[in-house]
Design a protein around this ligand. Structure first.
Ligand code: GTP
Ligand code: MG
Length: 361
């Protein structure tokens, strides 16, 4: 864990050492000299108290930066076959076959490519709204969007919406023309429609890959997976593997027996069972980590979706997961964040009230 001296923090925040010391005393920490090192958790807490937004950046010095699998989200118009396509892809998952073909529904799954030793992480389609919501909260987990367009229906309003979302998030698209098994299907028409929407398909010299598939007949899936891996190679996706994990919540739910559960995707570092975490304003200790087929594992690496257990409360999709030193720190940071979130909420409400009063005048 990295940290900084009180003096450094004072310089960075523009607050006097005295003020910072008072805040520390208020949260039950004593720092005797300005040269004492305080942890990154405490630094975040202090920053929040004085109204500064902090971003944790782990130094990548000396740690290995390795290629990582792509994280893919499927989008498209209603009924064009998003769920069917995900189901078909899920069934091709090696892990699923090994486990007897049954995967649990936990917000994400991994398709392994045994030949190349790589894999692709698919997020269960959270809908366009959830995608935007997560982006808005800074949870940029999706690397590639699979745009599903039904070959018999063509480009429709939500197809355009998905294109717009992918564009504003600056996420590349791979087009899957689905339902190609249908008698009335017309992939060429779909391609023309997309081209006139400014999608530069590779057929016409652009760099957007198009694959013709049938989710129902499970055809073209290997081509789609190949296209995704090619796209990923093109993007040169990499992540720090060592050190504390940074992750994002994809989905959270309350289980009667196991308590709050969250499906998370590791962005960087390695998540280790037993560690204390702060998630949004919640906290807990990682009592168990399970992979996508429910198998307990003691660690999770970048792009790996896992389900974690041991949280004290239910986090939200898009919340960030950070690892902290101890239970005390976890509690403290969670309390600090709760206060900060509440302050922000009240501030927003007040602003809205003022804005409304102004329009009435
Ligand atoms: P929403 O979640 O409601 O937006 O729909 P969706 O995009 O998830 O579509 P879904 O997978 O539910 O499929 C809609 C309908 O299309 C279902 O009746 C599927 O059986 C059918 N369908 C999906 N893929 C194919 C396909 O490749 N071929 C054919 N013939 N039918 C398909
Ligand atoms: Mg669906």
């Amino acid at each position: 864990f990295e940290g900084m001296t009180l003096l450094e923090l004072s310089k960075r925040t523009g607050e006097s050492v005295m003020v910072l010391q008072t805040i520390l005393v208020n949260v039950g920490e004593t720092v005797s000299s300005e040269f004492d090192t305080i942890s990154i958790d405490l630094a975040e807490l202090i920053a929040m108290e004085i109204g500064i937004n902090v971003r944790r950046q782990h130094s990548t010095e000396g740690s290995e930066i390795l290629p990582r699998p792509p994280v893919v989200t499927v989008m498209g118009h209603v009924d064009h076959g998003k769920t069917s396509l995900l189901d078909a892809l899920r069934n091709t998952s090696v892990a699923a076959r090994e486990a007897g073909g049954i995967t649990q529904h936990v917000g994400a799954f991994v398709v392994g490519m045994p030949d190349s030793g790589t894999s692709i992480t698919f997020l269960d389609t959270p809908g366009h709204a959830a995608f935007s919501e997560m982006r808005a909260r800074g949870a940029a987990v999706t690397d590639i969007v699979v745009l599903v367009v039904a070959a018999d229906d063509g480009v429709m309003p939500q197809t355009l919406e998905a294109i717009a979302h992918a564009r504003s998030a600056n996420v590349p698209v791979v087009v899957a023309i689905n339902k190609c098994d249908k008698p009335g299907s017309n992939p060429e028409r779909v391609k023309n429609q997309l081209a006139s929407e400014g999608i530069e398909l590779e057929d016409i010299g652009g760099n957007v890959q198009v694959v013709e598939v049938s989710a129902i007949k499970s055809t073209g899936l290997d081509k789609l997976e190949e296209a995704l891996l090619l796209q990923a190679v093109d993007m040169d996706l990499k992540a720090r593997v060592d050190g504390p994990a940074q992750a994002y919540v994809v989905e959270a739910r309350l289980d009667k027996g196991r308590g709050p559960l969250a499906t998370i995707i590791v962005k960087a570092g390695t998540l280790v069972s037993g560690h204390h975490v702060v998630i949004g304003s919640q906290w807990g200790r990682l009592r168990a980590i399970r992979d996508m087929i429910g198998k307990p594992t003691d660690r999770a690496t970048p792009a790996m979706p896992v389900e974690i257990e041991g949280l004290k409360g239910l986090p939200m999709a898009g919340d960030d997961v950070i690892v902290v030193e101890s239970e005390e720190r976890a509690k403290m940071l969670s309390e600090g964040r709760k206060r900060k979130y509440e302050k922000d909420r009240l501030l927003k409400a007040e602003e809205a009230r003022l804005a409304e009063a102004e329009t009435k005048e």
